[in-house]
Write a protein that binds this ligand. Sequence first.
Ligand SMILES: O=C(COP(=O)(O)O)[C@H](O)[C@H](O)COP(=O)(O)O
Ligand SMILES: [Mg+2]
Length: 422
Amino acid sequence: MTMNHQVMPGITYEDFLNLDYTPADSELVCTFHIDPAADMDMEAAASRVASESSNGTWAELQVEGGITDLSATTFDIDGNTIRVAYPDELFEDGNMAQVLSCIAGNIMGMKAVDHIRLLDCEWPESLTTSFPGPQFGSDVRNEIFDAGDRPITATVPKPKVGLSTDQHAKIGYEAWLGGLDLLKDDENLTDQAFNPFHDRLTESLSYRDDAQDETGEKKSYLINITADANTMLERADVVAEQGCEYVMVDVVTTGWAAVQAVRERCEELGLAIHAHRAMHAAFDRLEDHGVSMRVLAQVTRLCGTDQLHTGTADLGKLANEDTVGINEWLYSDLYGMTDVLPVASGGLHPGLVPELIEREGTNIAIQAGGGVHGHPDGTRAGAAALRQAVDASVAGTPIEEYADDHPELQTALDKWGTETPR
Ligand SMILES: O=C(COP(=O)(O)O)[C@H](O)[C@H](O)COP(=O)(O)O
Ligand SMILES: [Mg+2]
């Protein structure tokens, strides 16, 4: 570890700025956008970011006897973009909660800045490899399914909540028969009285087995185990016992520490993890404040989920941040860490599939709720239309042409065209 300061025992926040500094390979480098408070210049605000997120505070400190120097260094200021290097020893290996309490902790509310956004992280090897990363990543397409080079497909029954267990499971059966790979729970469906978790698991898997027999294709189910960590672990055990391949977790609302606990158990159980990102926009939607989706995706990969929602490259109903760039990061080489399969979801329907694949490629999962169950001829036809759109796009056949002898796709195109919904 290279010590970059000799500031002890008197630490002031100016000690955290060194524009001649070159970060060591072992350091975590974070890029922030900051808007300094009215009474602060850029350099002062930039040093306060490094100070408050490492070992400094607003006051000058006197430390008797000296301590280990763990100061972060702001080493680059370019307009409102600053880069900060964090020494490796600042972090506890494999503890994402602790890492985020440094780099995205107090500084998010610090009055020295009007706004601050953590835009990107460059993760060093030793910190990165202290996390497990995903077990399967994009290999789920062929380790769990036999999808070849096509995207895998999923559907979430709608309405999100309120369907009985029987209604929900039958929708899954229809969707599987129509040609989709995965049934998916919605983010706010877990274990409510109208559709209890254990009943839903058992009934859905029974239909799943029937659908596999009838179609000759592998099918699976993304059941939402989101809860406190202990309950999630119990649910994961039952999911594995009953022969399902996946669990789904709302990673932002449940928290990274709980995700890490689930990841560890899923290694023992051989289960893949589907990460829904509900609430991510509370961190990433305002352009000049919070934590970018790019960083949330990085955190999710390190914590080890196999699939992650990353948006629709602006084709769907929800605001998206740089889906394509985030997906590229999720596939990128990271000291041998397994990649993550990006999930495109939110307002998708068959007519959007060719452009989606054009923008995102085929190494993705495509998930649609309304765009399947809103089909005029029902879920099975809607599922067939989505699968047909995927098959046509992968084969390079225009969907309008493919629809000539695929009536389900034709009906979907007649209804929704190729428009982006609101
Ligand atoms: O319920 C849906 C999609 O339903 P529908 O297909 O009816 O829009 C998902 O929760 C969103 O995809 C989340 O968004 P994101 O994937 O962007 O996190
Ligand atoms: Mg949803």
